[in-house]
Write a protein that binds this ligand. Structure first.
Ligand SMILES: *[C@@H]1O[C@H](CO)[C@@H](O)[C@H](O)[C@H]1NC(C)=O
Ligand SMILES: *[C@@H]1O[C@H](CO)[C@@H](O)[C@H](O)[C@H]1NC(C)=O
Ligand SMILES: *[C@@H]1O[C@H](CO)[C@@H](O)[C@H](O)[C@H]1NC(C)=O
Ligand SMILES: *[C@@H]1O[C@H](CO)[C@@H](O)[C@H](O)[C@H]1NC(C)=O
Length: 496
């Protein structure tokens, strides 16, 4: 017993001792660990933050080219071009190259008339009386020879865009001379060049084309801004529209077809006015006039593009020819209705009916609109999908990088056809961003700076898709016709 008792006592004593010392050592260890941890943590965080910082720096050095914002520092002259901007640039061989959107295929089609003959100086000169200016690029520098005044600042912002292209891909735009037409109307009449005399058409760059003309399609000035109407450069405008799209969800939008614009410029818009809801008829269309003079006095408060995405359906109606409004309308997430366009601009020929827009025949326009709205309101998900299809086409394919890439490929393909050596015209002045923008003020200056390219690209231009063959082109156009026919006969594919 005694032994067992002493054992117990010893055990208890022992246990007490063990637990006290364990407690002490535990606390000690804990403190030690804590302090070590804190020291290490401080060290670690220091190391980590410097490492992260260094990594960012390295990434920046790889990714970010040196920047060259507008340089208006020359006190003696606003019209001189600084020498500081790089004249060449090199990309790492492993820089990723994406493929260009499908609509780049049309570059081949637009240059087809000169594919066999090439382009001679005589052909270029014969377009002089139909052009507003001649652009010359020699050794990466741009020169402008102006022949006629264009409407508002169309020519100014078009030239600005070309200068930005030269900044994006310095040293990659070949020597060239080209004529540019800035009006609404197309100028190179196809019929005139199909006779037995076989005269070659003048190659003339312009903002739109159609079946009857041979104008070479080039992005319009609004991608760099429309100062007179307070429409900012495309990148900003698109971002604002996308923000605006979040204001009213598709299904909560007004269930009618909306159009707002200047009806005076085309017969089709005058017709469209007749589809406005009246006492007798409701064609499901809501049509609003804009008088730009009046809007100007209100500082364009009611014409903000980002506030015009509150209807489920939006109508696109051509003006005198194509209308720059097209991209803003399609970007709205609403289902776009195209009233049978006759003209196209550079990105619209690859739009597919019922995938990106709803085709409206110009005949029986009001009934067609009513039918489309009724169909959409009865098939909400499908109508919404067409709306999103159009918007995604714009977001994916009409990034500013692609707009420049289109210009890049078009100008390079054009220059390959030239059969003469481009030369700087007599008395021509070099133009650059500084010579154009430094002396300006107000919206024009603002927009130019906003849409300016300040570094050479860090990725190469996208790679061109192969041309259509006669057969694939025919097939593409046929499929489009079929879809339009389905809507006309109200026999839409079941699976739509
Ligand atoms: C500023 O402009 C003057 C006059 O054209 C020119 O001679 C001079 O080289 C320019 N200076 C700089 C720093 O570009
Ligand atoms: C432009 O000049 C060409 C001859 O070079 C002529 O055939 C054509 O009719 C003229 N066009 C206009 C619009 O004056
Ligand atoms: C269309 O109808 C609406 C509503 O009645 C009206 O506010 C608008 O001014 C009309 N549009 C035109 C172009 O007459
Ligand atoms: C250059 O432009 C600025 C405004 O951007 C103006 O204040 C200045 O007087 C101009 N300088 C010359 C020499 O024209």
């Amino acid at each position: 017993m005694a032994s067992s008792q002493s054992f117990h006592q010893a055990y208890n004593k022992n246990k007490r001792w063990v637990s006290t010392s364990a407690l002490f050592s535990f606390i000690f260890l804990l403190l030690f660990a804590l302090s070590t941890f804190i020291i290490h943590w401080i060290d670690l965080s220091k190391v980590t933050s410097t490492t992260i910082f260094k990594t960012i720096e390295v990434l920046n050095n790889i990714k970010q080219q040196p920047q060259f914002p507008l340089n208006c520092n020359n006190e003696t002259s606003n019209s001189t071009c600084p020498f500081s901007y790089p004249t060449t640039f090199h990309l790492n061989d492993d820089s990723p190259s994406s493929s260009c959107p499908n609509y780049f295929k049309w570059i081949h089609e637009d240059l087809k008339p000169w594919e066999k003959t090439g382009i001679t100086r005589e052909m270029v000169e014969s377009g002089k009386n139909m052009s507003h200016f001649r652009l010359v690029v020699v050794n990466g520098k741009a020169y402008i020879d102006k022949f006629a005044k264009s409407y508002q600042t169309r020519d100014v912002f078009t030239i600005w865009g070309i200068l930005q292209l030269l900044r994006l891909y310095p040293g990659k735009i070949p020597d060239l001379e080209l004529m540019f037409q800035c009006g609404d109307k197309n100028v190179v009449d196809k019929k005139k060049f199909q006779g037995p005399e076989n005269v070659s058409p003048p190659p003339i760059f312009h903002y739109c084309g159609d079946e009857d003309t041979l104008d070479i399609v080039f992005p319009d000035w609004t991608f760099w801004g429309w100062a007179e109407l307070h429409i900012r450069p495309w990148e900003t405008t698109l971002r604002n529209i996308q923000e605006g799209n979040k204001n009213v969800k598709w299904k909560d939008r007004t269930p009618y077809a909306f159009w707002k614009g200047n009806p005076a410029v085309s017969p089709i818009r005058k017709e469209l006015e007749k589809c406005n809801a009246s006492e007798e008829h409701d064609w499901n269309a809501r049509i609003y006039d804009i008088q730009w003079q009046k809007e100007r006095s209100k500082n364009f408060q009611d014409t903000k593009l980002e506030n015009q995405c509150t209807y489920r359906y939006k109508i696109y109606a051509e003006g005198a020819t194509w209308s720059v409004s097209e991209k803003y309308i399609i970007a709205c997430d609403s289902m776009t209705m195209f009233i049978e366009p006759k003209y196209y601009d550079f990105f619209t020929r690859s739009l597919i009916p019922l995938q990106h827009y709803w085709p409206i025949s110009a005949k029986n326009m009001c009934e067609e609109i009513k039918f489309a709205v009724d169909w959409g309101n009865a098939h909400l998900d499908k109508a919404q999908k067409i709306g999103e299809g159009g918007t995604n086409y714009i977001i994916d394919n009409l990034k500013m990088k692609f707009v420049y890439d289109y210009m890049f490929h078009l100008l390079n393909s054009y220059a390959k056809l030239l059969r003469f050596k481009p030369k700087i015209p007599e008395g021509a002045v070099e133009v650059c961003s500084e010579s154009m923008a430094c002396s300006l003020r107000g919206a024009r200056k603002h927009f130019m700076v906003e849409g300016m390219v300040i570094s050479p690209s860090d990725t190469p231009p996208c790679t061109m898709p192969s041309p259509y063959t006669t057969q694939t082109l025919h097939q593409f156009l046929q499929e489009k016709e079929n879809l339009i026919g389905q809507v006309k006969t109200r026999a839409m594919n079941k699976e739509l």
